[in-house]
Design a protein around this ligand. Structure first.
Ligand code: KG4
Ligand code: ZN
Length: 356
């Protein structure tokens, strides 16, 4: 392996409803991971009318989109297959009927181009979104809050980049909590961006007319003081349901419900992240996953870290690397390539389990 040359990896992601491909490069001299292209074919508009992802439809769309997306990623990065050091692909967790298109396409291309394949865990990929375009090296240990539609967990990363899960959700993921609440209030899919927008609208209404009296909505903060780093969001969702059922006028107060619901999620996420940072004396905090696109979460976490632990560095990925994308898979693959965790022959083994 030529370690001092810039390496380029083509990464492919198809774990849910986005067909994505990216070319990332690593320069060993300045140790920078750069994203040369990041192409995503989103299926949101197709699944929206069903209120969630329909696996059969997602699978069919991946088959149509995966090769054009890969081609576009290579063209945009001005990269020929012969210049690639390796191919990388998400092997799970995710919808198996979606994953299979990305995995088998990658294996077939790697076989034809005689390149190794690097298999990446999707959640690990989200974490590595923080390593793209970094100005200075990360100091470890780091605490990572990963919040997506399928996962919510707190992990600790050691200087050798070993990941240990220190807490996770016992039921719904944070993104799932957003999606289910939006469904409950008939707001559409995916719920995160919609609830976040409505919550912001509630804030601005209050600012314009602070005299406006709203009967306060109080939702619980489940497991806030549980003494561990686990989460639980299904009780919060049920509490929202009961409050909506009791309130005849809830449809007129949707932004207020969205704001309180979002704030309950954010309060729990931030409190547990700060406690974990203190306990493990972490030098860095990273945010990852689709919910990390949320403006309030980003801003409130930034504020909380600046006030409570100003010496801790907070990394938040650029928004384009928060929801599902292939650049994050490429960034995780760079590290595995350096540590020789490649497989030289496309093979049929599939390990879709979480391997953090
Ligand atoms: O990471 P991701 O794209 O897919 C999974 O790996 O699950 O995350 C998708 C989740 C969805 O639940 C979506 O509602 C949520 O991320 N999400 C957001 C925002 N954008 C996406 N949640 C809150 N605020 C947002 N702006
Ligand atoms: Zn994801």
């Amino acid at each position: 392996m030529k370690k001092l040359q810039t390496i380029k990896i083509l990464a492919i992601e198809s774990s849910c409803d986005d067909s994505a491909a990216a070319v990332v490069s690593y320069n060993p001299k300045d140790k920078q991971i750069n994203c040369l292209s990041n192409i995503i074919s989103s299926q949101i508009s197709i699944h929206q009318k069903y209120g969630g992802v329909v696996p059969e439809i997602a699978a069919r769309e991946h088959v149509l989109n995966i090769l054009p997306v890969i081609n576009e990623a290579l063209v945009k990065a001005d990269t020929k297959p012969s210049e690639l050091a390796a191919l990388a692909v998400t092997i799970g967790p995710g919808l198996i009927t979606s994953l299979i298109t990305g995995v088998e396409t990658t294996r077939a291309l790697a076989f034809a181009w005689k390149k190794p394949v690097i298999e990446i865990n999707h959640v690990e990929g989200h974490i590595y979104a923080n390593f793209i375009n970094l100005e200075k090296p990360i100091k470890f240990p780091a605490i990572i809050l990963t919040v997506s539609g399928g996962h919510t967990l707190l992990a600790r990363m050691s200087p050798s980049r070993h990941l240990t899960i220190i807490g996770e959700t016992r039921d719904d993921a944070a993104g799932e909590a957003y999606d289910k609440a939006a469904k409950m209030m008939n707001l559409g899919y995916p719920g995160g961006p919609i609830i976040s927008k409505l919550a912001a609208h509630n804030n601005s209404t209050k600012k314009i007319n602070p005299q406006l009296k709203f009967k306060p909505i109080n939702l619980p903060r489940p497991m806030l003081h549980s003494g561990d780093f686990d989460f639980s969001f299904s009780g919060l969702k049920t509490a929202l349901l009961y409050q909506l059922q009791k309130d005849k006028h809830w449809k007129k107060r949707i932004p207020a419900y969205c704001q309180e619901y979002q704030q309950a999620i954010i309060d729990i996420l931030i409190a547990k992240t700060l406690t974990a940072t203190k306990k493990y004396q972490a030098k860095t905090i990273m945010l990852a996953g689709g919910v990390s696109a949320n403006n309030e979460l980003r801003q409130q976490l930034m504020r909380a870290v600046t006030i409570n632990m100003p010496r801790t560095r907070l990394l938040i990925p650029n928004k384009e690397y928060t929801t599902d994308n292939a650049a994050m898979i490429g960034a995780a693959a760079i590290f595995k390539y350096q540590t020789n965790k490649t497989s030289n022959y496309p093979h049929l083994r599939s390990k879709a389990s979480l391997q953090l």
